[in-house]
Design a protein around this ligand. Structure first.
Ligand code: MN
Length: 198
């Protein structure tokens, strides 16, 4: 088996997000869950039409099933782990420039966007993701995606992904998904999010 997909490098140390996301959660979520999705995708694609396809194209084109599930989760978690910066950081706590303008235009204010994404995260039944995404017209929107789904499958650009699978927060917040999501805002790297806009 030739490894096609690899674990994306973590742009901070495993303890940098604590206590919002503990070292243990990062080690399990990134080191075990994401690694497993990568391994399963590498095991599934050889000999299929997806063998030489870029990850995002697989997520757009694969029919519902194991290849889509694992490709979706590799893309989702790559976007997820790359969107954070250390909790102790000099980086800005709010968006600026083009991203801030797009948020104001779509939601009225930064606070209102956060409220809407918090609500989408809290009300998603079962496992899945809440996303801030940019639609084909350039407008920002909030999306609820079950399981491995991603905005690219709906013709949109993913900007921020909130993982509400229980493995993302249960060790640190147990059943308190809402509290976890409220604290995750303190980890967002707004430069990374802005760079994802088309
Ligand atoms: Mn996850």
């Amino acid at each position: 088996m030739t490894a096609v997909f690899t674990l994306p490098p973590l742009p901070y140390t495993t303890d940098a997000l604590a206590p919002v996301i503990s070292k243990q959660t990062v080690e399990l979520h990134y080191g075990k869950h994401l690694q497993t999705y990568v391994n399963q995708l590498n095991a599934l694609v050889p000999g299929t039409e997806f063998e030489k396809m870029p990850l995002e194209e697989i997520v757009v084109k694969a029919p519902a099933g194991p290849i889509f599930n694992n490709a979706g989760q590799v893309l989702n978690h790559t976007l997820y782990f790359e969107q954070f910066r250390p909790l102790a950081s000099d980086k800005p706590a709010a968006p600026s420039g083009k991203l801030a303008e797009a948020i104001d235009e779509a939601f009225g204010s930064f606070e209102e966007m956060k409220t809407k994404l918090n609500t989408a995260s809290a009300s998603l039944f079962g496992s899945g993701w809440a996303w801030l995404a940019q639609d084909s017209g350039g407008k920002l929107t909030i999306l609820q995606c079950p399981n491995a789904d991603n905005p690219v499958r709906h013709g949109m650009v993913p900007l921020i992904g909130i993982d509400v699978w229980e493995h993302a927060y249960y060790l640190d917040y147990q059943n308190r998904r809402i509290d976890h999501v409220a604290d995750v805002w303190n980890l967002i790297d707004w430069d990374v999010v802005a760079s994802r806009m088309k």
